[in-house]
Design a protein. Sequence first.
Length: 136
Amino acid sequence: MFTASFLVLLVSALFRWGSGRDAVIGSFFVVAKVAAASLAGSINGGELATGFAVMFAAATLGIAIRFRAAARLRELDQAKLLERERLARDLHDTVAHHASAMAIRAQAGIAASASQPGAAVEALRVIEAEPSRALP
């Protein structure tokens, strides 16, 4: 009985963490062990059927946990990508806003330079300071 519980854990772990090839090879060994025990007469037909049902349930549980973990990783990756996209959009909007402000200030300085010569110098000072506010 104690050995059978380890066999159930082995099958579950095999299908949870093992590769496809490992699962097939491991399943072959489990089936061979159970078949040998059946042929030796240490277990009868009912116990054999019950044993295979338990092993199938353990394998199914291992596969289900494996797929759920993979789905969770995909969800986390998707959330990371969406957050990166949002941050990139925010950064782009911030830089675009400051670049637009520099262009408008330059146009205002050019338009006002004819009547106010100091306006062009003031516009250049604002334009010079604007990049430091755009890129933290």
